[in-house]
Structures are given as structure tokens and as C-alpha cells.
Design a binder for this molecule. Structure first.
Ligand code: S3P
Length: 165
């Protein structure tokens, strides 16, 4: 399994989809699998039951997907690395790619996005900076290699990943 990790809006889903096509592999988006399991959107789960309830479902779902996913390309949610057990499973059960993006670049991309509950705050840029400070070390600890997003096109990013595999 090839897992893509990184901040919300770093391109995990877009790059993951293209990478899977290129490798003729199955593409799995863990957030979509979670939504199928819980029968509502992640946003609604956050509102009704809070972040910890979501994290528990996320951990269990990623455990199942990394155990059974074979050679698939897996795009994870930005907070997947928060649980130590998930960090270990991702790393031991496949190759992990960190798509690195800076908070200010992500902010420019996600400014008008309303689907991400963690960014529904008064100051989303500050929120992104603080999530980044907390998570960047965890992404680096979990990943086998880091890809700098930023300028390159999606096709170039896919090539950069393929060259590292
Ligand atoms: C989250 C990121 C989201 C989703 C959930 C929580 C996070 O996924 O899993 O809203 O904690 O950063 P994306 O990284 O695809 O936005």
C-alpha cells in the first residue's frame, strides 16, 4: 500500500487519484470510506459527537484499510497521524509519502472551502499554522519520504513520487 499523508489541502486526494491511475492501482480515500461507514458526512459527525469520536472511527478504518488494502493508493485525512498506533500501522504496512505544503499556501487554496470542520474558525490561517506546528513533526516521523508540493503540477508531483518508490 502507498499512503499519502499531509495537511488538509496539500493535494493528497488529487495526487493520490493520479498516482493510482499511473500505477494501475486501486485508489482509496479514507475520509470517503469513513463517511460510508458512519452514514453521514465527517462534518456532521464532528458537530454531533465531537473530534474524538471521529478520531476513533478514523483509527479503526485506517487499521482495516492498511491491513486489507494490498497494493492500493490510500489518501488519508490530515489528522490521521495524530494517533501513535495509526502512525505505526501506516509505516509498517506500506510506503508512506508526506506531501509537504506550507500553511500560507494551503490557506490560499482553502480560503473558500467550507467542508473542513477544523478550519471553521474565526482565523483559519492561524489555525492552519498551529495544526502545522503540531503535525509537521508527526508527518515526518511517519513518512518514508517527503515530497515538496508548492509549485510543481500534479503530474510532476506524481512523477516525483513514482521516482522514490
Ligand atoms: C482533518 C482533515 C480532513 C478530515 C477531517 C479532519 C484534520 O481530511 O479527515 O475533517 O484533522 O486535518 P483532509 O486532510 O482531506 O482535509
Amino acid at each position: 500500500m502507498i499512503s499519502l499523508i499531509g495537511m488538509p489541502g496539500c493535494g493528497k486526494t488529487t495526487v493520490g487519484r493520479q498516482l493510482a491511475r499511473r500505477l494501475r492501482a486501486v485508489f482509496i480515500d479514507s475520509d470517503r470510506v469513513i463517511e460510508e461507514r458512519i452514514g453521514c458526512s465527517i462534518r456532521v459527525l464532528f458537530e454531533r459527537e465531537g473530534e474524538e469520536a471521529f478520531r476513533a472511527v478514523e483509527e479503526a478504518t485506517l487499521d482495516d484499510l492498511t491491513r486489507t488494502g494490498g497494493g492500493a493508493v490510500l489518501s488519508t485525512g490530515g489528522g490521521a497521524v495524530l494517533r501513535p498506533a495509526t502512525r505505526m500501522r501506516l509505516r509498517e504496512r506500506g510506503q508512506v509519502v508526506y506531501l509537504h505544503a506550507l500553511p500560507d499556501d494551503i490557506y490560499r487554496r482553502l480560503r473558500h472551502d467550507t467542508t473542513r470542520p477544523l478550519l471553521q474558525t474565526k482565523d483559519p490561517l492561524q489555525q492552519l499554522r498551529s495544526l502545522y506546528a503540531q503535525r509537521d513533526p508527526l508527518y515526518r516521523e511517519t513518512a518514508h519520504f517527503v515530497i515538496e508540493t508548492g509549485r510543481p503540477s500534479v503530474a510532476t508531483l506524481v512523477n516525483m513520487v513514482v521516482m522514490q518508490l
